[in-house]
Design a binder for this molecule. Structure first.
Ligand code: CAA
Length: 262
């Protein structure tokens, strides 16, 4: 049972938490109340010991068509700055420790593109439409797009996309490495692929999975040498986990590991 107004939550397979953005009349425009609900659902899945991976998706037509332009239109500098408008969006990137997969079909524009880029893995359909069109509204990306898209596609392409506001397709997202895979078919086939990967992730050691996500994310923040040292410390740390003993003993005994889920 869920009591949300703008999102749906479900568990399509054991260990998998699915969040579906559900504001169809506004193409899932990301109004503040929607984000409050999304953050709440993400936190609950992150704390839920039975969940190992999270998927965020939208509809066939729209993952999300951006921040809510009607909500933003009357904002002033003072109100945006004083209330730290959009800062709560960082909850996903800053605080959610379990892997999050974005399953994108249809529009992923502006804040929708940025939301996908905050996720750990993007899957999309070939006709998904990504873009950072904020320049056409007299603003710039505000939820990390200028930073994450640039890291994903390189400076020249990111400059071109952000300065022109032109869209790019799911097919291009795959070619450029923005998406891990471009799925043949529509939203249903896309979700199948996302759920399969989420199930695979949820079938691994929880503590090792959180550590793996943490170290890959460090590669975006640290120098190579610091990042490699950080990785080694966490690697060493995992020898103190039950799951390292369980995993390596099971290998030696040619058995399937039964993780502690600690
Ligand atoms: N905010 C608020 N409402 C939106 C919206 C948005 N970002 N995107 C779409 N909608 C609403 C439309 O206003 C429309 O509502 P009404 O029926 O009440 O008029 C409804 O959703 C359906 O949209 P369209 O009629 O426009 O549908 P379409 O199929 O003709 O076009 C579209 C689809 C090309 C995605 C078009 O809706 C569009 O261009 N949307 C805006 C995209 C955009 O500029 N996003 C960036 C927002 S800025 C941002 O995100 C800032 C940031 O970095 C955080």
């Amino acid at each position: 049972t869920n009591t949300y107004e703008h999102i749906l939550t479900s568990s399509p397979k054991p260990g998998v938490g699915l969040i579906t953005l559900n504001r169809p009349k506004a193409l899932n425009a990301l109004c503040s109340p929607l984000f409050t609900e999304l953050n709440d659902a993400l936190s609950k899945y992150d704390e839920d010991k039975s969940i190992g991976a999270i998927i965020i998706t939208g509809s066939e037509k729209a993952f999300a068509a951006g921040a809510d332009i009607k909500e933003m239109a009357p904002l002033t500098f003072s109100s945006a700055y004083s209330n730290n408008f959009i800062a709560p969006w960082s909850h996903l990137a800053n605080s959610i420790r379990k892997p999050v997969i974005a399953a994108v079909s249809g529009y992923a524009l502006g804040g929708g593109c940025e939301l996908a880029l905050m996720c750990d893995i993007i899957y999309c359909t070939s006709n998904a439409t990504f873009g950072q069109p904020e320049i056409k509204l007299g603003v710039i990306p505000g939820a990390g797009g200028s930073q994450r898209l640039t890291r994903a596609v390189g400076k020249s392409k990111a400059m071109e996309l952000i300065l022109t506001g032109k869209n790019f397709s799911g097919k291009q997202a795959g070619e450029w490495g923005v998406a891990a895979e471009v799925v043949d078919g529509g939203h249903a086939e896309l979700l199948d692929v996302a759920v399969k990967t989420a199930e695979t992730i949820a079938g691994h050691s929880r503590v090792a999975t959180v550590a793996a996500k943490e170290v890959v994310n460090k590669s975006q923040e640290l120098s190579l040498r610091e990042g490699v040292e950080y990785e080694r410390r966490l690697f060493h740390g995992l020898f103190g986990s039950q799951d390292q003993k369980i995993g390596m003993t099971a290998f030696a005994e040619k058995k399937k590991p039964e993780w502690s889920h600690e």
